[in-house]
Design a protein around this ligand. Structure first.
Ligand code: NAD
Length: 304
């Protein structure tokens, strides 16, 4: 059995990944976990350790065949620079050092579409990073650290996955930072009007969490050494109005949308991944279209 470490294991993406990997492998999940989010691990068959990635005694865990690093400050509205840097960047460097010292050659880590900021679409790995907030800056710093590290450690394979807008089961603990799809589902399913910024034509590359798990599996199989960063999206732009249309149809609802002014100047009005490089090099291709993913998610939300 392969041995894997998943950080952020009780979080949204980390728990989906940890549960999947633990079906056939020996998995350790590490997280500072928050109350309630433990439910995310009800189907987890591995070992869970509560700990802070910034100050953890990693060598006590022994050697892993691969590390999947998902833990981070994930709320993009956080403005505490020191918290963001120590959690997202410095802890990541610690994990790289730990991997090297135990001859773990594969580290897959969560980067983000936030590295592109308000850039042109479709967003390509060839574009110059232009993060619009300190969260996006921290992800750019992580990718730079991975590059520096790989230059000194040519035996390692460090794969950064630039997730676009992820939605799916086990995100409810994220509250206001949960996906737009979940926020709109909650409003519509409780009989309220869906609320979006004027005029709902902002679009996002919404990717289903099951496809994000698949991207991590592709990154695990990826044979090249060095530091890489790949887009993880569908490549398909979906407007908020289109999301509302699918949710209304899945929930048989029809309340008119309530449009209001957007208070954030760092808001990404549009995201769309250019998936050429990921498809060719990482061999990653989504299995869910946005509509199929939203419908699958609604079915799961309704049964829970
Ligand atoms: N969800 C998205 O749309 C999205 C998009 C782009 C990138 N990402 C990245 O994917 C990764 C997972 O995000 P998520 O959506 O699952 O968010 P999440 O907030 O559910 O998961 C992050 C987890 O990290 C944990 N964590 C935070 N600080 C920690 C610390 N000091 N020590 C230990 N654990 C700590 C949190 O408790 C949480 O469980 C993050 O790196 C995030 O930046 C997510």
């Amino acid at each position: 059995m392969a041995r894997y470490l998943v950080t952020g294991a009780s979080g949204f993406i980390g728990s989906n990944l940890a549960v999947h990997l633990s079906q056939k492998n020996e998995v350790t999940g590490l997280c500072n976990s928050t109350p309630g989010s433990q439910d995310n691990l009800r189907d987890f068959k591995g070992k869970f350790i509560k700990g802070d990635i910034r100050a953890f005694d990693y060598p006590s865990l022994g050697r892993f065949d691969a590390i999947f690093h998902q833990a981070a400050v994930t709320d993009t509205t956080v403005t505490d620079d020191s918290l963001m840097h120590s959690t997202n960047v410095l802890a990541f460097v610690k994990i790289l050092e730990y991997a090297k010292s135990t001859e773990c050659r594969k580290v897959v880590y969560a980067s983000s579409a936030a590295t592109y900021g308000k850039g042109k679409v479709p967003m390509s790995e060839k574009d110059v990073p232009a993060p619009a907030n300190i969260y996006g800056e921290s992800k750019v710093e992580m990718e730079k650290a991975a590059k520096r590290f790989a230059a000194m450690s040519p035996e390692m394979s460090l794969v950064g996955l630039r997730y676009f807008n992820v939605y799916g089961p086990q995100e409810t603990h994220k509250m206001h930072a949960a996906s737009m799809i979940y926020q709109l589902y909650k409003q519509i399913s409780s009989g309220k009007a869906p609320r979006v910024f004027k005029w709902g034509e902002q679009f996002r590359d919404f990717i289903y969490v099951k496809d994000v798990v698949l991207a991590n599996l592709k990154a695990l199989e990826f044979p090249e050494r060095g530091a890489y960063a790949f887009n993880v999206g569908t490549g398909i732009p979906t407007s908020f109005n289109q999301v509302i249309e699918v949710l209304n149809s899945a929930l048989r609802a029809s309340k008119p949308t309530d449009f209001f002014d957007n208070p954030y100047d760092f808001y990404q009005d549009q995201t769309q991944a250019d998936m050429d490089y990921s498809q060719k090099v990482l061999k990653f291709r989504c299995q869910f279209s946005p509509e199929a993913g939203i419908r699958d998610y609604v079915t799961i939300l309704k049964t829970n």
